[in-house]
Ligand binder design. Sequence first.
Ligand SMILES: [Mn+2]
Length: 391
Amino acid sequence: MYTLLTHTDLDGVGCGILAKLAFDQKVKVRYNSIASLNHEIEFFLENGSKDTFLFITDLSPNTENEAKLNEFYSKNGNVQLIDHHKTALHLNDYEWGYVLTEDDQGQLASATSLFFHYLVDRGLLAATDAIAEFVEMVRQYDTWEWEKNGNRQAHQLNSLFFLVSIDEFEEMMIRRLQTSDHFDFDDFEKKLLRMEEEKIERYIRRKKRELVQKEIEGRLAGVVFAESYHSELGNELGKEYEQLDYIAIVNIGGKKIAFRTIHDYMDVSAVAGQFGGGGHEKASGCSLSADAYHLFVEGTFHLEPLREDAKRNRFNVKKSSFGTLYTNHKKDIILLTPLSEGSWGIEKNKEEVGDIFLSFHEGERYLKRAFTAWLARDEQFVDYLMKEAKK
Ligand SMILES: [Mn+2]
């Protein structure tokens, strides 16, 4: 018999599906949040049979259970942990730990892709095209490679996952993977997924107008309250407000915060770590502790949301040789103007500020971070020019 303790997200459930394809009735799969895993491990160690093989995927135990698992392993040998989170790399010190963030070809790993190779290499699962395609979609979604690759199907798989219960999803996928030559959605699912995509778009558009900018513990955060579509939100908000070091998505009801970043220089697992959480460099999370509540909720509640850059301007455009006008809630007039070949300067309410910037982008990033500013609309720009002309 086998027991699998795995995560509740698509990557975790992908492992559950593979386990059932491999072991059928001989495996008991339990889906866990990061918080409930330790309780499940303790339950298994106290009540499970010694002949049961324990898999843990996409999650890692706390230090106390790490020791208990090692003790269990030295007596029975029946433990295997498979994970791809950077914060779990220390578990490679154990014989039962297998943590890999990238595979040998330098491709980002997911728990589902690692577990798939583990099962296939040991002859426990026959790799079919459909299963391999499913695994690759889960991997691309979980590592966010789908976006770079334009793999919409991977994103749709995750949307479908959220449209039904875990049990339903598991059953649907197992049936499909056992009977199809290739992975595909049926016509009804395709229609549903189109509607869902439109709904996500509307949700993100709304959240873009609710985000506030705030410096927290030395980093510039964008804070938004939201319960759904965290990865999509983190990515879209991160791109729209590129000046922000990271996006904090606060789920008040669930008492959790998710952290996302699009920047190479940022490691949000360190941000989550400050509040007792963890995760990946680009995606992490923590519980909403009193400290985190104080900083991310109380400390931002009074702030007015950031505005998006004006999108339909014809005159006030970026990199214009006449200068580009930015404004903020204080109605400051901030101009970013070319000085000489390849250098840019900033004037705020007629006064020079900041240094000389070596690119437009650098100057824009500075003024957006320092003054919580956005690209002003044409009307304001024309107004400004008229007033200047009158003088
Ligand atoms: Mn994962």
